[in-house]
Design a protein around this ligand. Structure first.
Ligand SMILES: Nc1nc2c(c(=O)[nH]1)N[C@H]1C(S)=C(S)[C@@H](COP(=O)(O)O)O[C@H]1N2
Ligand SMILES: [Mo]
Length: 503
């Protein structure tokens, strides 16, 4: 009897916590996604998570790492809700205090986030109010029911309790449905007009038209990898976007989006990749970018001689530190507003992001860009350099075997893939089958030194298990190293090796 009631109290507590979280999530549609209880707590947990655990999560779940974190938090909330229900039934108040503190705590965390505003606390407050109210009402009924066990009022009480439970469940489902309906609408491609680019040449399709399974020369935006620390995509509008340029400059200034668009624009074909992309991994993409040269912005700010780096910050609390010399060496680092001829999508940094050819994303590709601060390496570290990642971040030479896939029959086959050494270019790709000699692959179009190159090699596949290995040589004649190194601290090295079964 007691156990059954404890279970009922637990389930009620769980429902109360859940409905509270949903109320908070819905409020956050209006107060900003980073203020939602799940996001606030999630971001908080990400910031506190030691680097090795983060790497394990990324290695295990890939870009599903955020979903994994949210599931863990949801389970924790459910468990705490259960405990709150049980405690509330015993004491009449402890559970309510627990849920209230949880909700308010998430609101307080939200106000400490980079993208916070004074309203950020509202979602957490509302979550607390709803959860506490549902808990007190439900457990109050349950306690009354228990007191009345011997009286003949039992039946009406029980009925009331059942109706209440059904109401909470339905309300929760309704809230979840509303959230599901409203949330995606907030993440579409923003409709803004871009200035006509100065160059209008288009990139021809590549070897993917004849070699099926090969990465396209230009990555479709919907397939472009996404890596960031933002649990929910920051929502910034072009109309009220501003970029602040400050620090060690004689002429600090602020520029609006319209002013940015009025500046001279360039278009460049650039491959972007992540320092955490394992050998052969998916975190690399190539497209045409349009934007304003960072050099033009910096020249206007008139930097002091002691400035060594640009610390750029994004709306999600991310920051990158990019060596100033690299930004100004003519490599066309830009404040990008478009990818593949369209405004940036929200996940890729709308309305403006940094892009530095030749450097990994964590060093020079800040999305949802808000500020450029000229400073020294001693004076300021960035989000990832604080956590032990390298200061310079040049992209290492790499090649990936895309083709053949795993179902292959003996006979004429093709080995093909992509290779990149951004800003140095690719001059050669070689392939080895098992312990055979290195054979030179045919290279695809040389778009530019900042862009990847497709490559392919014909192969007479014999049945059995084979090991394919590929290596690239960069534009300076330097052969990719076979020394195997992990992603931390400045990107992986080693050859991509694929084992294929030929039938
Ligand atoms: N604001 C912000 N910008 C960011 C990041 C981030 O976490 N927040 N991650 C960086 C990293 S590590 C990479 S690899 C690139 C990825 O850019 P993409 O998601 O557009 O492919 O963005 C960079 N810019
Ligand atoms: Mo990255």
């Amino acid at each position: 009897m007691g156990h059954a009631r404890q279970g009922t109290a637990g389930v009620w507590g769980l429902a109360a916590a859940l409905v509270g979280v949903l109320a908070g999530q819905i409020t956050s549609i209006f107060t900003g996604p980073s203020s939602s209880p799940m996001d606030a707590v999630g971001s908080f947990v990400i910031d506190l998570t030691p680097a090795p655990v983060k790497e394990w999560a990324v290695a295990t779940f890939g870009t599903g790492d955020k979903a994994f974190l949210l599931v863990v938090i949801a389970i924790a909330v459910a468990a705490l809700g259960w405990v709150a229900g049980v405690l509330q039934r015993r004491t009449g108040w402890v559970g309510a205090v627990l849920l209230g503190a949880l909700g308010l705590g998430s609101g307080l965390i939200a106000t400490t986030r980079a993208a916070s505003s004074p309203t950020s606390i509202l979602a957490g407050m509302l979550a607390a109010l709803v959860a506490v109210w549902v808990l007190r009402w439900g457990i109050g009924r349950l306690r009354a029911l228990e007191e009345a066990t011997n009286a003949d009022t039992t039946e009406p009480n029980r009925r009331l309790f059942m109706i209440g439970g059904a109401g909470v469940a339905l309300g929760g489902l309704g809230l979840a449905a509303v959230e599901g309906m409203v949330r995606p609408a907030a993440v579409g491609v923003p409709p803004i007009a871009l200035p006509t680019p100065t160059t209008t040449s288009t990139l021809a399709p590549g070897l993917e038209t004849t070699i099926s399974g090969l990465s396209p020369l230009r990555t479709p935006i919907e397939d472009f990898y996404r890596i960031d620390i933002a649990l929910s995509v920051p929502r910034r509008e072009a109309a009220d976007w501003e970029l602040v340029i400050d620090g060690m400059v004689r002429n600090p200034f602020t520029i609006t989006f319209d002013e940015l668009l009025a500046m001279p624009m360039v278009e460049r074909d650039v491959t972007l990749t992540c320092v955490s992309n394992p050998i052969g991994g998916p975190y690399v993409g190539s497209t045409r970018w349009q934007g304003v040269l960072v050099a033009d912005i910096i020249r206007r700010a008139d930097p002091e001689a002691r400035a060594e780096q640009i610390l750029s910050s994004g709306a999600d609390g991310f920051s990158a530190s990019t060596p100033l010399g690299v930004m100004l060496d003519g490599r066309d680092a830009m404040i990008a507003v478009a990818m593949d001829g369209q405004p940036l999508t929200r996940v890729h940094g709308f309305p403006a992001r940094l892009l530095t050819p030749g450097l990994y994303g964590y060093v020079g590709a800040t999305k949802w860009l808000e500020k450029l601060t000229l400073t020294t390496f001693d004076e300021a570290q960035s989000y990832w350099t604080k956590r032990g990642w390298g200061e310079q971040g040049p992209v290492k030479t790499a090649t990936r075997i895309d083709v053949p896939g795993n179902d292959l029959s003996a006979g004429d086959a093709t080995i093909a893939g992509v290779a990149w050494a951004t800003h140095r270019g690719i001059s050669k790709v070689e392939v080895r089958v098992d312990d055979g000699p290195w054979q030179e692959a045919t290279l695809g179009e040389d778009v530019d030194a900042d862009y990847w190159r497709q490559w392919h090699l014909p192969w007479k596949a014999e049945s059995g298990t084979h090991q394919l290995t590929a290596r690239a040589t960069d534009g300076k004649g330097e052969v990719q190293t076979d020394v195997v190194q992990d992603v931390l601290p400045d990107g992986p090295t080693g050859y991509h090796v694929r084992t294929v079964q030929v039938k």
